[in-house]
Ligand binder design. Structure first.
Ligand code: HEC
Ligand code: HEC
Length: 231
């Protein structure tokens, strides 16, 4: 009996400890690297990482939320950072578990990582690959992939963009939705990075892959210019 009680006690303690200190030390970076594969559709991390659809994640741990220079965050994340909130292992864990549960209004369209163990592996990987905030600050030099930079240099023709946009607004409503994000007011760098990722297939979504592959650089620049402005 005593043995059983001691055992139960230890179990309770372990559960409490896990709940209070999620994601410390226990994650395995190698497993995290594999789990990070779906994140790579939108995020880069490590040497030479730049913003894509999502911000690069170098130095994410201990950095202010939604504050990576050169990336236009949703108000949800930007306001949290402005209030002085920082990404810790705990807040990363909760964000990955359910991005829009933790930050309603976040622009990260991702269903979340259900397993706490997997989230710990992911955090361990992000620490190993991108360092903590201080080390990451040196890597955080903002750079844009050449293909995206080339399109950003084209000055987009807004009326042409408006003409092309009727195909998009059939799905993309200004209010957004749980499955279809609002694209109104997206920074051109974010918009174009997203469309290029659909066009080259590094971000997979059948409809958007088809839509993006029909559009040339001029069209993307025009659409980016049109959608950047709130109408
Ligand atoms: C479909 C694209 C997409 C996928 C997949 C995705 N993210 Fe994101 N992520 C974003 C976007 C967009 C943002 C910016 C959100 C905002 O501004 O609200 C973001 C933001 C973040 C942030 C906050 C960055 C900061 O500087 O504050 C973290 C951390 C993050 N993502 C981690 C992950 C991880 C880990 C995965 C995989 C488990 C993942 N994301 C998968 C698009 C994505
Ligand atoms: C049939 C519906 C449909 C049409 C038409 C459509 N989209 Fe999309 N779009 C989606 C869905 C669904 C997603 C989210 C896909 C995902 O999870 O990657 C999306 C994602 C996007 C994103 C990424 C947004 C983000 O926050 O990551 C951009 C940019 C975008 N679409 C632009 C366009 C443009 C420009 C057009 C018109 C040329 C267009 N879409 C037409 C359904 C559509």
């Amino acid at each position: 009996m005593t043995g059983l009680r001691a055992f139960t006690g230890a179990l309770t303690f372990a559960v409490l400890a896990a709940a209070t200190f999620p994601a410390l030390a226990e994650g395995d970076p190698a497993q995290g690297e594999t789990l990070f594969r779906p994140c790579r559709a939108c995020h880069m991390i490590g040497d030479g990482a730049v913003h894509r659809v999502g911000p690069h994640l170098n130095g994410i741990v201990d950095r202010a939320i939604g504050a990576s220079p050169g990336y236009q965050f949703s108000d949800a994340l930007a306001n949290a950072g402005a209030e002085g909130r920082v990404w810790t292992e705990g807040s990363l864990d909760r964000y990955m578990a359910g991005p829009s549960d933790y930050f309603p209004g976040t622009r990260m369209v991702f269903r979340g990582v259900r397993s706490e163990q997997d989230r710990q592996h992911l955090i361990a990987y992000m620490l190993a690959a991108g360092g903590r905030s201080e080390a990451g600050a040196e890597l955080a030099e903002v750079a844009v992939a050449p293909e995206i930079a080339a399109i950003l240099e084209i000055s987009g023709d807004v009326p042409y963009g408006e003409y092309l946009s009727s195909e998009c607004t059939a799905c993309h409503r200004d209010s957004g939705g749980s499955d279809i994000p609002s694209i109104r007011g997206l920074a051109p760098s974010v918009f174009i990075a997203g469309m290029v990722a659909y066009r080259d297939g590094s971000r997979e979504h059948q409809v958007m892959n088809t839509v993006a592959r029909r559009l040339g650089d001029e069209e993307l620049a025009a659409l980016a210019a049109y959608f950047a402005v709130a109408h």
